[in-house]
Design a protein around this ligand. Sequence first.
Ligand SMILES: C[S@@+](CC[C@H](N)C(=O)[O-])C[C@H]1O[C@@H](n2cnc3c(N)ncnc32)[C@H](O)[C@@H]1O
Length: 256
Amino acid sequence: MKAMKLYERVERIHNELALLNIDAEAPLTVEQLTPFDNYHYFGTEAVDEAIVTLGLKPGMRVLDIGSGIGGPARYIAERSRAHVTALELQPDLDMLAADLTRRCGLADLVEHRCGDILDGLDETYDAIVSFLCFLHVADRPRLLATCRAVLVAGGALYIEDYARRRELTAAEAAALEVKVQCPSLPSAAQYEAQLRTAGFVDIQVEDVTEQWTGFTAGRLEEFLPGGTATSRCTGSTSLTVSTTSTPPSPGCSQLV
Ligand SMILES: C[S@@+](CC[C@H](N)C(=O)[O-])C[C@H]1O[C@@H](n2cnc3c(N)ncnc32)[C@H](O)[C@@H]1O
């Protein structure tokens, strides 16, 4: 199993639940967890947008790539009653995610799998979501080809991700690679071209840099000394893409 050196401090969620006087084995609700279990910008607000954009409904099969500790997957399952396969690279996050899902009583709707998306999957899905994961994957063409391969005809892909707005300095690129584990960053135009090459069509792109910048500034305040998150937590540029596929080749995409 390949490893990452990010999102290692999984105990944060236990600290947060302990502060709410919730025992380690007590049943949980999705609502209790959502303030802490979504590792992306705008939490469930962003997931709601994916649910609406993709038209997720009961019985649909959804793949969540890079599912972290399962926040988006559980929220999608609870809200839409779709079946979600939550694929996460890091074993400790995957194990914690499965435990939280069990405690939420959602194990029949959310299946957790530990693995690398680049290794592919045997099943196909009606829709794929991915929140802030693709930036970590160096081989973007292979990643998008894998997404295309596991989507049914007419299926859709919704991605929230980073994109490059200008040339980066060497220092910026190095910081992205080392601190964010983002080995390379396409521009939105390059991203769109890569999606088309992988067979996606109807690509929609939304640049959310302004909103994400404000969100990040607010988070920074929380984590600075004296901020509300510093005592309890351990704890760019941006776009979102969603895509649909028509028979075996074309798909359509929306980059938000
Ligand atoms: C910023 S976190 C987002 C987690 C989750 N999507 C969320 O929004 O709460 C990115 C996650 O992608 C996972 N990841 C990175 N590369 C991956 C890969 N090749 N296959 C599966 N998961 C991967 C990381 O381990 C990490 O948990």
